[in-house]
Design a protein around this ligand. Sequence first.
Ligand SMILES: [Zn+2]
Length: 403
Amino acid sequence: MQAASQLAASAKPTDGQHKAALPHEAALHYPLDEQLPAPGGVIELAPGVLWVRMSLPFALNHINLWLLRDQVDGLDGWTLVDCGISDDATRSHWEQIFAHHLQGLPVLRVVVTHMHPDHIGLAHWLCQRWSTAQRDCRLWISHTDWSVARFAVRSTTGFGGEATARFFALHGLTDPEMLDQVRKRTSYYSSMVPQVPDSYRRLLHGHSLHVNGLAWRCVVGYGHAPEHISLHCEALGLLISGDMVLPRISTNVSVIEAEPEGNPLRLFLDSLEALRALPADTLVLPSHGKPFVGLHTRIQQLSEHHEARFDDVLQACAQQPGSAAEMLPVLFKRELDLHQTTFALGEAIAHMHALAERGQLLAQPGADGVLRWRTALQRHQAQRNPTVGRPQVERLQAKKSGR
Ligand SMILES: [Zn+2]
């Protein structure tokens, strides 16, 4: 989450524990109904597959984690998937689970789907907690997410600081108080992820993790995190989807200042389409919300959701060229506080970039330093009659590029 899930949390309906179902959820099936694991407790979903739920101090108030009964190098124990953030409550709930629900067996390895704080936060503590003089309890993660997490604990990139503030200003965030908050947010990641293990074992798309004799195939997903790994067990009909497919909220997909021209939304939508290859009756174990059946339905809903937002943005920009910040009321039809706004903005930029790559929007740098977007159609009209409504900045650009 954090980067991600909190964004999602802030910008979307709260995924609370006892909220009424949203209309789109009627098309999904929750086989466990309202059952949720108690704090420090577990629910067994399939033989040797346990569901753990930890609290998060955000609007998105929980994360789901998984324990898989395993045997590694002849040793009986457990593989743990995702960790929770680094705080006392999460550590203490893990200790309760270790004491009462692991049949006295150790955790043998820690798998992390991606580098966001709610997923990797306690990885360092867990690996240390379960390593012995004879055997390392290893972190298993994609190479990219391990590297980016190592970088993020030492840096503010993507989460705040001066560069983020400049990037947001370019995209139309002009409120000085808000920009000041962004500038001051310099220990956002490290407050929830104090350390990342020094070594790891690489998860790679298409490789299988063998858990207690069963193959869990790694499926890469892009757009939400650098190299997100979901795990599909064909034999059990289970998909640990991480944040790539969530039943209630839509996954946050943001452009960040470290990759300012990125198009993560196209990557995300392409990754979702690839998941359609999995069986429709797969039980999806998401990081937020409840386990559900309806993978193909949910992928269709998410795809339609983003297409509808694309239409909204195009309509708004056809009326008047707008910055990403000016699209916030178009994309998020409710009040956003300062904190939520900064997260929603990354997502608004992602929509603009996806439309630009499709040739439907054009960037129009303003003399005020703000990047605005207009529909490609407007540009054609302007070119037919170059003296009407064509800002000076664009004439200058045309000159530079020799048009
Ligand atoms: Zn995430």
